[in-house]
Ligand binder design. Structure first.
Ligand SMILES: *[C@@H]1O[C@H](CO)[C@@H](O)[C@H](O)[C@H]1NC(C)=O
Ligand SMILES: [Cu+2]
Length: 130
């Protein structure tokens, strides 16, 4: 776990220091001041936040949450609609979490705890065309 976390932090630092097409990579504070929390039934909260951002490879998602209160699970298409974290490609349990966006296409994140995903703690990130 710690090794995985260290690797993530190193990746985040590397990604944050990279530059693309002359513009510096951007840190995106997920949910702005609300952070990464349970929106309690507002199922479009994170998708509206996401639609108002422009994501490029090398950008970093900053998930602000209290360790133990939430998790960040990166899942695949369909799994996010099903709120299924069993096949997550990464599961981060320690907050805050810095997640670099290293590939194009769509990325899906959910919280794996309780019914938080069903209550709207679920997000699609659509990368800009490179
Ligand atoms: C499960 O994870 C693997 C590897 O990350 C992925 O290729 C596969 O599509 C996933 N399964 C589903 C049902 O999304
Ligand atoms: Cu949660």
């Amino acid at each position: 776990m710690n090794q995985k976390l260290n690797l993530l932090i190193i990746m985040a630092v590397v990604a944050a220091s990279m530059e693309f097409r002359g513009t510096a990579a951007v840190d995106h504070i997920v949910g702005d001041s609300f952070g990464w929390n349970n929106p309690n039934g507002d199922n479009v909260f994170y998708d509206i936040w996401s639609l108002n951002q422009r994501f490029h490879i090398g950008d970093v998602l900053v998930f602000n949450f209290a360790t133990g209160a939430h998790t960040v699970a990166e899942v695949h298409l369909g799994e996010h609609q099903a709120c299924d974290s069993h096949n997550a490609s990464q599961l981060i349990t320690i907050g805050p979490a810095f997640v670099p966006l290293l590939t194009g296409g769509d990325h899906f994140f959910i919280c794996s705890l309780a019914d938080h995903c069903q209550k709207g703690q679920s997000m699609t990130i659509r990368m800009e065309e490179q």
